[in-house]
Design a binder for this molecule. Structure first.
Ligand code: HEC
Length: 128
């Protein structure tokens, strides 16, 4: 009898603990999702902008108008680059991973874009 009362009380405590915890997680997730959405939007602007990434000059990207076809279409990026670092290095222009005679600019190595801008573009590319 006492045992079952104790169990009931414990169950009630567990439920209320879960209720208290839930909104905290929810707000943290929402804030993180909002921050990521903002970075994705900025990354898209940098990628599409003729003065910054200008990726569209050479790559087809969903939603981009008048794309060039010098480079491969940028689609299914998470599948092709499961390691985020590999995609970052490709955009940065890491010498050891360089594709010989590629027309792809070395955005980081040549100081065209900051590391943060490249990371924003990677955030955006991962939505494609
Ligand atoms: C002047 C043309 C040009 C511009 C501008 C350019 N690229 Fe490229 N890109 C290429 C070419 C050519 C290749 C294929 C050879 C290679 O991998 O370097 C390539 C390859 C890539 C790859 C590898 C694709 C794969 O299938 O493995 C990625 C990712 C990429 N580019 C992303 C970008 C992004 C993002 C931008 C803009 C910030 C950009 N490129 C701007 C020409 C360009």
């Amino acid at each position: 009898m006492i045992n079952s009362k104790l169990k009931q009380a414990l169950a009630a405590l567990t439920v209320s603990a879960a209720l208290v915890a839930a909104p905290v997680y929810a707000s943290t997730d929402a804030a993180a999702a909002e921050a990521l959405a903002k970075r994705v939007e900025e990354g898209k602007k940098l990628a599409f902008g003729r003065a910054e990434g200008n990726c569209l000059a050479c790559h087809m990207m969903p939603g981009g108008t008048s794309p060039g076809n010098i480079g491969p279409a940028l689609i299914a990026m998470k599948l092709r680059y499961p390691e985020r670092q590999d995609l970052f290095d490709k955009l940065w222009g890491v010498k050891a991973k360089e594709v010989p005679y590629s027309m792809m600019p070395f955005f980081g190595r040549n100081g065209i874009l900051s590391d943060d801008d490249i990371n924003k573009i990677v955030d955006y590319l991962y939505t494609l």
